[in-house]
Design a protein. Structure first.
Length: 101
């Protein structure tokens, strides 16, 4: 089972379910996420709860706390990635290497 969420803070008041499925569909959701460098968080109980929502539904207010923890985790990963990337650029700047964005 896999569920994909989208959250556009400027346009939406809560994350929305944009894909959900089991077996092959779940594998495909995970494959696309990996190909697009979208963070993947494994939590079977959260996935089970989110799988009960319809495509396009916003997550209900009861799940805001859990989602806040999830998004804090994801933003932490992104910040860590950016910091690591800056360090790589600094380290390799004088070595003639260029890091593609």
């Amino acid at each position: 089972m896999a569920v994909a969420l989208r959250y556009q803070q400027e346009k939406e008041k809560a994350p929305r379910v944009i894909a959900s499925g089991r077996n092959y569909v779940a594998q495909r959701i995970l494959q696309v996420a990996q190909e697009e460098n979208i963070p993947i968080h494994e939590d079977s109980s959260m996935t089970e709860l989110l799988s009960k929502l319809e495509l396009g539904d916003e997550i209900p207010p009861e799940l805001y706390g859990v989602m806040a923890e999830l998004f804090a985790f994801i933003y932490g990963l992104e910040r860590s990635y950016k910091e690591q990337r800056k360090e790589i650029i600094r380290t390799n700047k004088n070595n003639g290497f260029r890091v593609k964005k």
